[in-house]
Structures are given as structure tokens and as C-alpha cells.
Design a protein around this ligand. Sequence first.
Ligand SMILES: [Zn+2]
Length: 306
Amino acid sequence: MTELIQTSQVQEHGATRIPDDDEPVLACTFGIQVSAVDDMESDLYFQRKEGTDSLWMEAEPRYRSESITAPTHGSAKNACKRLFKAHIRKPQRCESITRLISPGLLSASDYQSAFEEVLLEVDHEESFLEGYPVIACKFWLSIIVDNIDAVLYFQRDGITDSVWVKTEYDYGADPITAPTRGSAKRACKRLFKEHIRQHGGYQFPGKLISAELLSAWSYRSALKEVVHEIDENKRQADQHRHAEIVEAARALRLRPEPSGDSPNNWIAKCPGGPHSIMVAPTSNEFGCGYCRIKGGPDILREFANR
Ligand SMILES: [Zn+2]
């Protein structure tokens, strides 16, 4: 118990005394393991005073831990749970708290969920270190006219970060990877955006079902940011609407339109089958990977009239 410091200023907290607004209130009493054999009772106190919330632990005989403090925010109950989680997060504290003896400002369910939430964070961190995948979020993936359940996974192995999407039908798309950079949450959002860009032509994430590593806010802002990019790309590519290759595709009734994945490129119906051709106004060429053909406006006219 190195975090406990001896003090002679422990106050008496009589059961009949009603504390003032800014006086410490008992958050709960729990058992702590001091040594391998010793289990003792410890009181957790919460105090809201002069714009600061603090939380500390007091135990017999005359021990008081350092306080965890934060600017006053939200209800006392919520602030107390938030500070308790910060208390648990401190190294070596997790094992030292053994059981809840009696709840107070901190209810039994808040006490329990504080542990569960911190353990989940620890699981995430350890998973990254060991290179195991963690669930970033679950959502509906819109594929043409259907919605299917999808799960976004994130993995950090110390060298690279990756994300991939698994669905009930398992499309087996390749993971999006990048060198490890920044926090896991930010890396996850960055790679998720890249995933949307690469698959945006035929599938798009829809309603969020549950947020885990990727928060609901990050999920929504990732979608919004990519949609904005696509709109901006289309707007810029539209400046090429009179390019010769675009005019040729239009004259052949191939319905050319900006692709949205770059500020230049267009797509159009392929004359050779039910798929799209790439139309590049800057090089005045079209190309179809399926039909293995590419060339300028003359080749496109010849291909379409075959
Ligand atoms: Zn084709």
C-alpha cells in the first residue's frame, strides 16, 4: 500500500452529523488487501468544494490516501464514480480493493460497473500490446438495398495498426493497415475512414449498433467527414464535364458521372457488361478492368459500337 500516507488529520465522521454541502461525504466502504494475509476496512470519501471534486481513501489506523481531484463537473454521484474509476486505474490499486462492504454516495451497481469499465480499458490496452484484435464497433452495413450486421475490428501489434470489417456473410475484405501512429482510438478512426473510402462505391456504414473502442461520436464524424470528401471530389471533378472523353461517354449514352473517390475521375456504364468503366479526363482515357481494355475517345466509340 505505497499510495497510503500516514496522517494525523483524519476527521471523526459521526453517523448522526449531517455534513454541510462542501463537507466530505462517505462514498462507500470496502475491504482492502494490505498484505498477503491482512484484509481491512477502508472508507472512500468524496468532497465537492470551491469548484473542485476530490476523492480519497481513509483506513484505520490513521491512514489517508492521496486525493484524486478534478474540476467540479456533473452530479456528485457521477463525479464520484468518475473519480473512483481514476482511483482504480492507478497502478496496483486494482488488486488492493477486495470487496464492497457498504455503499454510500457510490451505489453498489456504480461500484461494480466502475470496475467492469476499467477492466475493459485494461483489456483493450493489453490486447494492443499482444496484437490481438479488439472490437471497435458494431453497425449496419448498407449493401445496395440490404442492411447486414457488421463488426469493425482494430488491431495494434506495435508495428502496424489494422482494421477490417466482418459481416454475417464474411466478405473477406483485406484489412486496411498503416504504421502504428498516435492513440489507438485516433488510429482506429483514421483507418475506418480509409475503409469507407475504399468500399464506398458499393457499401456504406449505416446505423451504429454499439460503440466500443470507436466512440459513437467518432463513428458519426468519420462518416460525415468521408461524405464531405466525396461531395468535394465530385464538385471538383465536375469541372471536367466538357473533357473529350467525358463528352464521348455521354454521346454514347454511358451516363458518365464524377466518381467521388478523386477530384478528377469519373465513372460511366461499361459497354461490355453490367459494371463501370473508369473515365480519366486528365489523361483523356477510359479503362475497364473486367473487359481488359483502355484507351482514348476513339477506342471507346469503337468498343461501344462493337
Ligand atoms: Zn467492362
